[in-house]
Design a protein around this ligand. Structure first.
Ligand code: CIR
Length: 252
């Protein structure tokens, strides 16, 4: 069970963040409402919310997931792959240091937390434009020292590995079509997304509840069949900035 979630309010300049989406200009008031609903959903699931102030110099900083990988025994402070995001991790480290020993990814390694799937004791580290082989090697070494197994997986077409694959508990993964049957995931039961609903790959499993992006009915129905509570949350504005549900918190 997770007991804590670190979140950060989107700043007024959040629309200056990096994006490849062509979904229009995001709305500040609307992202604040959507973000607040997300935070309340985490709080209702029993997580204590550690809410950080916006970072004026870092418009993407509310995507806090990318700044750390937290296991029950250690907090690995990431080194974001995008130069404009490097430094976001500096204000996360002292917060995590209250709960776990911290270890940093060092240059030339880069890791974005969005590339790291924690499936119980096993970690999948996506190699992407943000997470390089050296970053994965450093992270893997730290994870191994703490009793975890790990392997790398090319992240594919999404921004991060978790744009395409997420762990839902009970040895089950939610995967896009291009990851269906992937050899790295053959030990898992796989729920394969409808091609029109691949954004919903970024579903968040928290304390045996599934937070899913609103508007993906087929995925919602497939996930309800797992028998877990499913909560729909609106993410239209984060999506315009290439983000989603997992990105906006660090759970531990
Ligand atoms: C970025 O490009 O870094 C942000 N605009 C989106 C980051 C999304 N984070 C995530 O998927 N973990």
């Amino acid at each position: 069970m997770f007991t804590q979630a670190i979140v950060r309010k989107p700043g007024k300049n959040f629309a200056a963040g990096i994006t490849s989406a062509s979904l229009g200009t995001p709305d500040y008031e609307l992202i604040l409402t959507q973000h607040e609903n997300y935070v309340q959903a985490l709080n209702r699931l029993g997580l204590n919310i550690i809410s950080l102030e916006a970072e004026p110099d870092y418009p993407d900083a509310y995507f806090v997931e990318d700044t750390a990988v937290v296991t029950p025994l250690v907090a690995v402070i990431a080194r974001p792959g995008a130069p404009s995001r490097r430094g976001e991790e500096d204000s996360i480290e002292p917060v995590l240091a209250r709960f776990r020993p911290t270890v940093r990814i060092r240059p030339p390694g880069t890791v974005d937390g969005g590339d790291v799937i924690m499936a119980e004791n096993r970690f999948f580290i996506g190699l992407s434009a943000r997470t390089n082989a050296e970053g994965a090697r450093q992270l893997g070494r730290i994870l191994k020292e703490h009793g975890h197994t790990w392997e790398t997986v090319p992240a594919g077409v999404g921004l991060h590995l978790k744009s395409s694959v997420n762990y839902l508990g009970r040895q089950t993964l939610l995967v896009t079509q291009s990851f269906a049957g992937h050899k790295a995931f053959k030990a898992y039961h796989q729920i394969i997304l409808d091609p029109a609903e691949e954004y919903a790959a970024n579903t968040l499993w928290v304390n045996d509840c599934l937070l899913i992006p609103a508007g993906f009915e087929k995925t919602g129905n497939k996930l309800k069949a797992l028998g877990l509570p499913v909560v729909d949350l609106h993410t239209s504005e984060a999506r315009k900035m290439d983000g989603g549900l997992t990105c906006m918190s660090i759970r531990f």
